[in-house]
Design a protein around this ligand. Structure first.
Ligand SMILES: [Fe+2]
Length: 342
């Protein structure tokens, strides 16, 4: 997309940043692809930043209705793929490839994807929605890491298939409201192995994909399952899927828990993340995804509604919120909390 240099003072609301902005100490202040608003504009001017690069003609970047329709179609295709594979009939690789090409090619901006993922959270048929969501989050991370088209399509396929092994685990265990008993957890821990075996039967699937399915619950420090492998033994796809998987689980409603706001989820993932996840991928994920929530409407614990005016890429869970034209820094206003996204 074409970039143009503009004076900050002349920037229009909604114009998208075409490059990261750092302060004079090299600290990341605003991440590329953030939509400019008055708060950000004033902050840049206060810092003495007079000009920035923005994408040319990107004011109207979203068509959420269209994306939500194709999202529901995609969920049905994921369902077909998982059911076909779990029935043991064997799966035609073309079906997986077609869906991943479709997801990749359709004109979906990152905004549309995040908007939709934020809204469509279903308790029923969780595995199908979760699988599609993980593939979409992984595609975004792949874009932010500037991976090749081929790798991003592989990532989408790995996301669709990552939990396919769960079809070998009983529904009672998967949807159990209470804490799992040790032997039940041992059964859950087998789903990456079942998924690996199933994915291996798909002809023409890139070998890194079954490998990513097998290791998507392994952690950098060796604390994951089923083998307790460490970071240098895991492939890139598995490291990316691991983050998408946990983030989607945190922001989703389940039988045994209600969903967290994205900001609470970002805090949880950052708290547990170091040591668990690849640091570079985690930082890329946190700083980029948080910027997409700028402009989102929120309901506060006081009953007031407002919108997210700014998110510091290095402190993603304390946004600046605008309520009735006043700005509140949630890192300072400790009694003020976001109850839910609107
Ligand atoms: Fe899993």
């Amino acid at each position: 997309m074409k970039k143009v240099k503009v004076n900050v003072a002349d920037c229009n609301e909604g114009q998208m940043l075409a490059s990261d902005i750092f302060d004079e100490t090299g600290r990341l202040i605003v991440v590329k692809n953030t939509a400019i608003n008055d708060y950000i504009k004033n902050r840049l001017l206060e810092m003495g930043i007079k000009s920035i690069y923005v994408f040319y003609n990107t004011g109207n970047h979203s068509n959420p209705v269209e994306f939500k329709e194709s999202y529901e179609d995609d969920v049905n295709l994921v369902k077909e793929i998982i059911n076909e594979l779990s029935s043991g009939k064997g799966l035609n690789y073309e079906n997986v490839k077609l869906l991943s090409d479709n997801i990749y090619e359709s004109v979906k901006t990152n905004y549309e994807i995040i908007d939709c993922l934020n809204e469509v959270k279903r308790v029923d048929e969780y595995t199908y929605y979760h699988s599609l969501n993980v593939s979409l989050y992984s595609m975004l991370i792949g874009r932010w890491l500037e991976l090749s088209e081929e790798s991003i399509k592989d990532l989408i396929q790995a996301g669709i298939l990552h939990d396919v092994g769960k079809c070998r685990i009983s529904k009672e265990i998967l949807n159990k409201k209470d804490a799992l008993l040790p032997d039940e957890f041992e059964k859950i821990k087998m789903h990456p192995v079942y998924g690996y075996v199933m994915a291996k039967t798909i002809p023409n699937l890139n070998d890194d994909i079954p490998q990513a399915i097998l290791t998507h619950h392994e952690r950098e420090d060796g604390s994951g399952y089923p083998f307790g492998l460490k970071g240098d033994e895991l492939n890139l796809y598995s490291k990316i899927i691991a983050i998408s998987d946990v983030y989607d689980a945190l922001t989703s409603e389940r039988a045994y828990k209600s969903r967290q706001t994205p900001f609470d989820s970002l805090r949880t993932i950052q708290n547990i993340g170091y040591g668990y996840f690849d640091t570079k991928i985690l930082m890329t994920f946190l700083s980029n995804i948080s910027s997409y929530y700028i402009g989102s409407k929120v309901l506060m614990n006081t009953g007031d509604s407002g919108y997210v005016a700014y998110v510091d890429p290095l402190r993603v869970y304390y946004p600046i919120v605008c309520i009735k034209s006043d700005y509140y820094d949630l890192s300072k206003e400790k009694s003020l909390k976001i109850d839910r996204m609107l």
